[in-house]
Design a protein around this ligand. Structure first.
Ligand code: G3P
Ligand code: CA
Length: 285
């Protein structure tokens, strides 16, 4: 019995060594760097300061979130209310631009950013034009009537010198957006697996997929590439994750704080354990 177990154990060990070696020799692919809510590890998220920081740092794109104010203006903020990122309170949809502009959107992050304001999308378009690309995320467009049309109208009429893309978790709103502004690349955010049927059908309107990094695999990326999608991963914050995403060959990495690391054998060896920890934390969150 003991003798018959040894070859099995040996083949498992050899298999693991071969997997580690082949993983290590996979090339680190270049990627588009995308600053999540601006350079949000270094400046208050979704403010002109965080976008300026991303421009200074040489990111390829900023990612930003938009919502509709009470007076139907597109404002740049992540949460549905202002509590976490300003000194005020209330829902964005119940506040006018005049109300929102009175708030301090920087002090919660650091006194150095006191007085920073919630920007309008038009202000960010002006700031970024010709300097950095933009990936605009429509937040909950299904609950904000008119948002998709207002964004499409704005981008149809706006002459920017930057590459602009639009994404959302909401499939039907992205379909609608693509119909209204077919020249703007449209993308879907994914937080669960996509089967081949849906991968094929979403290609009618989407040209890129922004995928939670724990859902990504080489085979998924290969399939998506066959349909002509670009794949961006979110949100990468740890050093080992950058190398992992580059080995998988994603086209863009969405991160709060870009780090192109000198890769080391240590990260290769412990990546499966670190990924396991991330997965457990994500499932428990
Ligand atoms: O672009 C991906 C990412 O922005 C989605 O998550 O919550 O930061 O908007 P969230
Ligand atoms: Ca976002």
């Amino acid at each position: 019995m003991l003798v018959s177990k040894k070859p099995v154990l040996l083949s498992v060990v050899i298999g693991m060594i071969l997997m580690t070696i082949s993983y290590f020799f996979q090339p680190l692919m270049p990627f588009k760097s995308i600053a999540h809510r601006g350079a949000s590890a270094l400046a208050p998220e979704n403010t002109l300061a965080s976008f300026e920081k991303a421009i200074e740092m040489g990111f390829d794109y900023i990612e930003l979130d938009v919502r509709l104010s009470k007076d139907k203006q597109l404002v740049v903020i992540h949460d549905a209310n202002v509590l976490r990122t300003t000194d005020g309170e209330g829902l964005i949809e119940e506040l006018t631009v005049k109300d929102l502009k009175k708030l301090d959107a920087g002090s919660w992050f650091s006194p150095a950013y006191a007085g920073e304001k919630i920007p309008l999308l038009t202000e960010v378009l002006k700031q970024a034009s010709g300097k950095i690309g933009m990936i605009i995320e429509m937040k909950s467009p299904e609950n904000q009537p008119g948002m998709t049309e207002i964004l499409a109208d704005l981008l149809n009429s706006y002459k920017s010198e930057s590459q602009i893309k639009v994404q959302s978790f909401h499939i039907n709103e992205m379909k609608k957006f693509h119909k209204l502004a077919p020249q703007i690349p449209a993308g879907l955010l994914l937080s669960k697996h996509l089967d081949l049927f849906h991968l094929a059908s979403y290609r009618d309107f989407a040209s890129f997929l922004s995928v939670h990094h724990l859902l990504l695999s080489k085979s998924f990326i290969n399939q998506a590439e066959l349909f002509g999608y670009e794949i961006y991963s979110w949100t990468i914050s740890k050093q080992y994750q950058f190398a992992d995403m580059q080995r998988l060959g994603v086209h863009g990495i969405i991160s709060d704080d870009e780090k192109r690391i000198p890769d080391s054998i240590m990260y290769v060896l412990i990546t499966p354990f670190l990924k396991g920890q991330d997965l457990i934390r994500t499932l428990l969150a």
